[in-house]
Write a protein that binds this ligand. Structure first.
Ligand SMILES: [Zn+2]
Length: 165
């Protein structure tokens, strides 16, 4: 009889939860406010789900972007990737050191943050790997707590990267 041995592993995620905007650092609070102010710029006539992201570059410059939908649904672009692309267009070698992401639902007042989709997690993680640094991620819905992660890669455990190529 063959005995099957199994090794069970686990991956844990740590993040900080802040109850109020004033609990954040001044820089993180400002970044969130820039993202929140950009929410109305969302072009989301189909889902009406608004997303905005504000990216802070290492030189302190902030670039914000919103989700942009399209009648050809696969062409929809997420706010997070739009913000990264806008930042890279301005300064191709600049590191994005922090990104605040906020959302607004058309059907409910979200009280818990919505985190980036899988595609954005992949792109955010590669930005970190490419530039050799960590990007703090600040998440909040319309109301409720802030979740702050030290690194975008924390959102993508066992992620694929250029290390496999
Ligand atoms: Zn996304």
């Amino acid at each position: 009889m063959v005995k099957i041995s199994t090794i069970k592993k686990s991956i844990s995620l740590e993040y900080d939860v802040f109850a109020r905007p004033t609990d954040l650092s001044a820089a993180d609070q400002e970044l969130y406010e820039i993202a929140a102010a950009a929410l109305p710029e969302s072009y989301s006539p189909y889902s009406r789900f608004q997303v905005a992201a504000a990216a802070r570059l290492e030189n302190g410059e902030v670039v914000s972007a919103c989700n942009t939908e399209n009648a050809a649904y696969p062409m929809c672009l997420c706010a997070e990737r739009a913000a990264l692309a806008a930042a890279a267009s301005r300064q191709p070698t600049a590191k994005v050191v922090a990104m605040a992401i906020t959302v607004k639902s058309p059907s409910q007042v979200l009280a818990e943050p919505a985190s980036p989709c899988g595609a954005c997690r992949q792109v955010l993680a590669e930005h970190e790997q490419r530039h050799g640094h960590r990007m703090r991620i600040i998440l909040r819905a319309e109301v409720g707590p802030f979740y702050v992660l030290d690194s975008a890669a924390d959102l993508l455990p066992l992620g694929f990267s250029s290390d496999f190529l």
